[in-house]
Design a protein around this ligand. Structure first.
Ligand SMILES: C[S@@+](CC[C@H](N)C(=O)[O-])C[C@H]1O[C@@H](n2cnc3c(N)ncnc32)[C@H](O)[C@@H]1O
Length: 373
């Protein structure tokens, strides 16, 4: 997100309201220009802040956002338009408008330039915030849970991930102050993930202490449960940890047998046939769906596979299963993925194979977004 500045809310609203009562457009624009200067120069006195930067009536606002709004006011040609934009700025400073599924302040929607709204996600490299690391083959990049939680959850909501792996979702829960429960079949991995989560908690606490603006007192629970999501009673699991329902479900299943995670008979990656994989996946969906509140979202992150000279559209198979249930498809996001090291070393070979075999080399996976009816 862009640079933030602290403003004294009441001082600003008073200044702007005074301008609304003026009838001379030039005078209004002069005053707006003065405000722009004080913001540009981080002039604490004009911005109504004492030296410590603290004041009971302060707001944290994106510098770019407020400067753009002020420029727009300066560019207006009629007094009606000038006053309309000033009124809009007053509203965006004084009122918070959110919807039911996230904390985005819609009165200041232009401020959220970090949130992706397009269906094509081209993410060049993984975010390395905190204790995130790429030790687990088959993990996803932290930007996936990060972006999804910003769009589909509020602080304090509960996020459940039935294929938690190395805990990427839970580390992002900690960072964004969401509660999180992750289930993992593989005991060894789950143990390691628990340890990483502890380090993550420590990191977040220290990071917060160095960031005076964050809500330090907002505590959330993040839990790793060893279990089989095809058999688990998710309602019981939630009750055990003091929750009654979940507000977001994030599923990142194995892409069938592309990576074999274990030999456990209920490991989705150990299923011999596609039909078996889909059947197991459906069991997880039917187990987990009842805990999701109506009107809230589920995301499935999945890629396709190639087998015996044929493209197997795992993503579309999975999507079709969801459409048979009480879910509305909200988006199909296509996300790029970078080559694995092994594939990078064999780039030429893969090009040759593609040219002779009549196929394209995988460079994308899907994020399927559903809303519970
Ligand atoms: C694609 S990985 C998830 C990676 C995770 N998003 C991360 O960032 O580390 C899928 C995970 O599902 C687990 N898994 C497979 N079958 C399962 C089942 N029946 N119940 C719970 N976990 C399962 C695998 O052990 C593996 O860790």
């Amino acid at each position: 997100m862009s640079e933030k500045i602290i403003l004294n809310k009441s001082v600003y609203i008073k200044k702007l309201k005074k301008l609304i009562n003026q009838s001379d457009i030039r005078l209004i624009k002069d005053k707006i220009n003065h405000i722009t200067h004080s913001i540009n120069n981080n002039d604490h006195v004009s911005n109504g802040i004492d030296n410590s930067g603290e004041h009971p009536d302060t707001i944290n606002i994106s510098k770019n956002y407020i400067l753009n709004e002020l420029t727009q006011i300066e560019k207006t040609r009629t007094i009606e338009r000038t006053k309309y934009y000033i009124q809009r700025l007053i509203k965006s400073i004084s009122e918070i408008k959110t919807n039911k599924v996230n904390d985005i302040n819609l009165n200041r929607w232009k401020e959220y330039d970090n949130i992706i709204t397009d269906s094509l996600w081209l993410l060049p490299k993984r975010d390395s915030y905190g204790v995130h690391a790429s030790w687990y083959w088959g993990n996803f990049i932290p930007q996936i849970p990060h972006q999804l939680m910003l769009r589909y959850t509020k602080s304090g909501d509960l996020v459940v991930d039935p294929f938690i792996g190395s805990g990427t979702t839970l580390l992002e829960c900690l960072r964004l102050k969401r509660n999180g429960i992750g289930v993992e079949l593989n005991k060894e991995i789950a143990k390691k993930t628990k340890q990483i989560l502890k380090k993550g908690e420590q990191y977040i606490t220290e990071d917060e202490l160095s960031d005076t603006n964050s809500a330090i007192d907002y505590t959330v629970k993040t839990i790793v449960e060893i279990g089989d999501s095809t058999e688990l009673d998710f309602k019981k699991l939630l009750r055990k940890h003091g929750f009654t329902s979940a507000q977001f479900l994030l599923l990142h299943p194995p892409y069938h047998d592309i990576i074999k995670f274990s030999d456990h008979p209920n490991d989705l990656s150990a299923q011999k046939e596609i039909e078996g994989f889909i059947a197991m996946f459906c069991k997880v969906i039917d187990n987990i769906s009842p805990i999701l509140d109506k009107g809230r979202y589920m995301a499935i992150v999945i890629g396709d596979k190639y087998s015996n000279g044929e493209w197997i559209p795992l993503g579309f198979y999975v999507m079709n299963e969801l459409l048979k249930r009480s879910f509305k498809l909200k988006s199909i996001v296509v996300k790029n993925f970078e080559d694995t090291l092994a594939k990078r070393n064999q780039k030429e070979l893969w090009r040759y194979r593609a040219l002779t075999g009549g196929f394209y080399i995988f460079k994308h996976e899907y994020i399927l977004l559903f809303k519970k009816k």
